[in-house]
Ligand binder design. Structure first.
Ligand code: UDP
Length: 435
């Protein structure tokens, strides 16, 4: 049931979704899927992005209003791993960020939204403070593991602390991500109707990402050479960056090639977020390993279901804990067997031995052995793919994700109405207007 708030007066609950980037990263693809699956009878989404990019058109094509308020390139392009106290003290950028926060806050008031959802770390901070200034409840959707191997230690500490004071609720995309925010607490689990164990834990909710199962043709799983005599094709999908482990995949490919000489390999994806040095490195490695004739670098593909259709199996090679790993549920939805590294959120998705084979991170020999095992038993591999698709239907459909997010939106609004009718705002009252 939709919660008609004091502000909404019976119309669908209007939610502003904020993201600092319009590049098609995993978090932005997850946002797009969520927007498409939301119940428009109950919720009216409006998106505010801090940069132009391909996501803008896709959001508008989905029938969702999208506003772009460009943030200075200096702040947008600051890489997460280069953040630190020194960058926090760069006066010009800090001043720009404050002005921007103020601007976003005014925009949120003018959009007359009931609730704010932030989808990326930078939008958490900027949008979180802006929502508070506008007197609006805010939910942070954390899709990154908040750990020193990913962010500088001071930023990890500050972010974990801010999680407790800025947002009304925090969604994480896996239990693994959640454990990085509150290492010692026991959280409320998505889908469970059980009571929260503490006010702190009640603030956090694990909601796994989902995908639209109908996008994938689950019947095209018999691409194995033993079944139809075409060479096996093994793919790795994801942006080109060191922690996605394309270099480990190539080293594993060199071993697999010795046992299954006809095997072909695809590296699908491109470098995003100023990370193009790594691409040059792995292309060099490919040549050094003598794999140029059997490895294809496809670049970014917008037609992932089609790419998956042609694969014999998918490899996921992240060398550090993956926060969630949407490509893994996508391959399972396409009924593909898979080999994935055992870290972060992956074991929450893959039932080891039944819907995929888990191998230790950064171990190319174990990865090659698992690939060879699947290639040498195509019937078992096909069965594994079927079970994987079924698991996605039951646990990782985008409808399930959307209903859980919607339920959290409703809970957040009712909890707030119960506690305080309206938060004061430092702004003068404005006539609600549609931008
Ligand atoms: N992706 C894509 N085209 C490509 C490579 C990747 O559309 O060429 C998509 C992929 O299908 C998935 C997303 O990018 O939906 C990556 O999300 P994931 O959670 O796996 O990783 P992230 O990039 O968020 O770490």
């Amino acid at each position: 049931m939709s919660i008609p708030t004091e502000r909404s007066g019976g119309r669908p609950t209007r939610v502003a979704f904020l993201d600092h980037t319009a590049a098609l990263g995993g978090g932005e693809i997850a946002l797009l899927r969520l927007l498409r699956a939301m119940d428009r009878g109950k919720f009216e989404p409006v998106v505010v992005l801090f940069a132009e990019g391909p996501l803008v058109e896709q959001i508008r094509d989905a029938g969702v209003k999208c506003h772009v308020l460009p943030l200075s390139a200096g702040v947008i392009q600051t890489r997460k791993d280069s953040l630190g106290f020194s960058s926090l003290l760069r006066f010009r950028e800090v001043a720009q960020a404050f002005r921007f926060v103020w601007r976003i806050s005014r925009v949120l008031r003018h959009l007359n939204v009931d609730l704010v959802h932030t989808n990326s770390l930078k939008s958490d901070l900027i949008g979180g403070v802006a929502a508070r200034l506008a007197g609006l409840p805010v939910i942070w959707h954390v899709r990154d593991r908040i750990v020193p191997e990913y962010l500088p230690t001071p930023v990890v500490k500050v972010f974990r602390f801010l999680c407790r004071i800025i947002p009304n609720r925090v969604i994480t995309n896996s239990h693994a991500t959640l454990r990085t925010l509150i290492p010692h607490s026991r959280p409320h689990v998505d889908g469970s109707e059980g009571r929260s164990r503490s006010p702190l834990a009640a603030r956090y909710r694990v909601i796994h990402d989902g995908t639209l199962v109908a996008d994938y043709d689950g019947s095209r799983n018999a691409a194995s050479s033993e079944v139809n005599d075409s060479p096996p094709l093994i793919g790795l999908l994801g942006r080109l960056t060191e922690w996605k482990g394309q270099h480990i995949f190539l080293r594993a490919a060199a071993i697999v090639r010795r046992e299954f000489p006809r095997t072909k390999f695809q590296i699908v994806g491109s470098a995003l977020f100023n990370e193009s040095d790594y691409e040059a490195e792995i292309r060099r490695l490919c040549t050094e390993l003598g794999l140029d004739d059997c490895v294809e670098f496809t670049g970014f593909r917008a037609d992932v279901p089609k790419v998956l259709e042609k694969l014999t199996l998918l490899v996921h090679a992240s060398t550090t804990g993956e926060p969630f790993g949407q490509v893994v549920i996508e391959a399972m939805a396409a009924a593909k067997p898979l080999v994935a590294t055992n870290g972060g959120g992956i074991p929450e998705i893959v039932d080891d031995g039944r819907t995929g084979l888990l191998v230790p991170m950064s171990d190319h020999e174990a990865m090659a052995a698992a690939i060879c095992k699947l290639l040498s038993d195509p019937v078992a591999a096909i069965e594994m793919g079927r079970r994987g698709r079924q698991r996605v239907i039951e646990h990782f459909s985008i409808d399930l994700t959307a209903r859980r997010v919607e339920r959290l939106f409703e809970e957040t609004l009712s909890a707030r109405r119960a506690r305080q009718p309206r938060q004061p705002s430092p702004f003068p009252r404005v006539q609600p207007q549609r931008p």
